[in-house]
Design a binder for this molecule. Structure first.
Ligand code: ATP
Ligand code: MG
Length: 485
């Protein structure tokens, strides 16, 4: 398993599970998240990368089997364990368990050691299944000809990395995520900069879930386009009657997130007077609700994001320098997608799978022509733009099809990689008499194109084409491909 495994406990009474929690977290070394409501559990499955879910059948009187059923679709590789009450309705549970493909039942009363053992074995089984998938793919593909770069059984995504919900394969993102993991475990404020749609919010979530504060809330506030009073009241709270319309007390985000993290998006947009209040909060942890005489202290970690360069704003006198220095305990810059083109294919496949699942469409993969065009696009809207494009394409495609250039939006369809003045994207003509010959010339051209584009880095080429190193070497030999410089 890559990194520490994460276990989600969806249980009605957290105290009853305290022993299991300690065993899993402190003895077995897993990361344990707890949810006591269906809503919280579903939110965690969206935010964190979960390897195993243990759920009771009922939470707060609500049917909690839906959590396991949801995980079957959204986290298909996570193991699912159902905890049954001694007097439960077996028939109902078995039917639901079938729907959720439960790995194992555990019957109450809770036996910490038994649960520890079941979790350990389940995670081992998941790891074996993961390795099996990878090895079968390697074997299958070493003598397979990938006409379509991302046939779903090729699984480019399987070779990519994850930081919680962030998917990437490029080096700049690997470096960024490794720095973010280091930053996460400190308690310093973090400033995330990057163009719109690069994944700043996703990164903030990942940092929170890898920090000591993971059991406390992460609350998000967008600071763009809000008046000072409103923003003040949202973050610091207000007393009843503090202003017209303040009909009751409001706690404010900082106090609501006490012990956790507050993510302030579009921090560049706050006024200079609000910057003063924020500075006081960052320095002293002091919160003074509007209309109150009392100051309270709360312990919150701040993560800010901005798509404007704060250092430039400081130089122009548009942002306080002292606040800027306070906020950037760690500074993380998310590179635009055009500077990490290796991520395009991986993300395209990831989003295709995601939308196939949510729209219930069964597609075979993405054609190479589509990927070539995507790789040539500048993506001013970054990953969000790519995600929207793929969502549109999946909506247009039908069961059993590949995503091809006819599904692309007009702007992207009109890109011609061959006329980009970039030899690297030029394909050889597909000649040959029989289908076999044509397929071979196509394969030769695809291998040649990837080798030229990736400057003969054979590990990268093999990875991108879903081949083993030996499989790629065989093809280079078979087609007599030679490095020209
Ligand atoms: N590496 C990634 N892996 C998977 N999804 C991603 C990745 N990066 C971004 N996304 C998706 O792209 C969309 C935009 O990401 P996000 O909202 O985090 O960007 P942002 O930088 O905060 O944008 P903005 O500056 O406009 O607020 C989201 O749907 C997010 O899930
Ligand atoms: Mg954002």
């Amino acid at each position: 398993m890559l990194g520490v495994s994460t276990v989600l406990l969806a249980v009605a009474n957290a105290e009853e599970w305290a022993g299991v929690r300690v065993l899993l977290a402190e003895v077995l070394g897993y990361r344990v998240l707890t949810a006591q409501s269906v809503k919280k559990a579903l939110a965690l499955t969206e935010e964190a990368n979960i390897d195993l879910v243990i759920s009771e059948a009922t939470l707060e009187g609500e049917d909690a089997l839906s959590i396991l059923q949801h995980c079957r679709v959204s986290l298909p590789n996570a193991m699912r364990i159902l905890v049954k009450e001694p007097d439960c309705d077996n028939q109902k549970n078995h039917e639901a368990a079938e729907l959720a493909a439960i790995y194992q039942f555990i019957r109450k009363p809770i036996d910490d050691e038994q649960i520890g053992l079941v979790v350990k074995r389940a995670l081992e089984a998941a790891e074996l299944a993961r390795r099996h998938r990878l090895i079968s793919r390697e074997l299958k593909l070493s003598d397979d000809s990938p006409i379509f770069a991302t046939k779903f059984d090729n699984q480019i995504v399987a070779q990519s990395s994850n930081f919680e919900k962030l998917v990437y394969i490029s080096e700049p993102m690997a470096e960024l995520c490794s720095l973010a993991k280091q930053a996460a475990v400190t308690d310093l404020p973090i400033l995330i900069q990057g163009e719109t749609g690069t994944g700043k919010e996703l990164l903030a979530h990942a940092i929170h879930f890898n920090s000591k504060r993971t059991d406390s809330p992460l609350l998000v506030q967008n600071c763009g386009g809000m008046s000072d009073d409103l923003l003040h009241s949202e973050l610091f709270g207000h007393k009843r009657g503090a202003f017209t319309g303040a009909i009751s007390d409001r706690l404010g985000l900082f106090r609501a997130a006490d012990g956790g993290t507050v993510f302030l998006d579009e921090i560049s947009e706050v006024s200079s007077s609000f910057q003063v209040s924020l500075l006081r909060f960052v320095q002293e942890g002091e919160v003074k609700p509007l209309g109150s005489d009392h100051t309270m202290i709360c312990n919150v970690r701040i993560i800010c994001a901005s798509n404007r360069r704060l250092d430039e704003m400081v130089e122009k006198g548009e942002f306080r320098q002292d606040l800027y220095f306070r906020l950037k305990g760690f500074e993380l810059v998310v590179p635009p997608l055009r500077e990490r083109r290796d991520d395009i294919a991986v993300l395209a496949e990831f989003f295709t799978r995601k939308y196939c699942e949510s729209m219930n469409v069964k597609l075979l993969g993405i054609s190479n022509n589509v990927l070539d065009k995507l790789r040539c696009h500048k993506f001013p809207g970054n990953v969000r733009e790519l995600e929207n494009e793929i969502r549109r394409m999946v909506a247009l495609a039908k069961d059993g099809e590949y995503l091809t250039t006819r599904h692309l939006s007009k702007e992207l369809a009109s890109i011609d990689p061959n006329s980009m003045g970039n030899k690297e994207f030029r394909h050889m003509p597909i000649d040959g008499e029989t289908l076999k010959e044509k397929v071979e010339t196509l394969e030769k051209s695809l291998v040649w194109e990837a080798l030229s584009r990736l400057r003969w880095n054979q590990s990268k080429v093999a990875r991108e084409l879903g081949l083993s190193r030996v499989g790629l070497a065989n093809k280079i030999k078979r087609y007599d491909l030679q490095h020209s410089n």
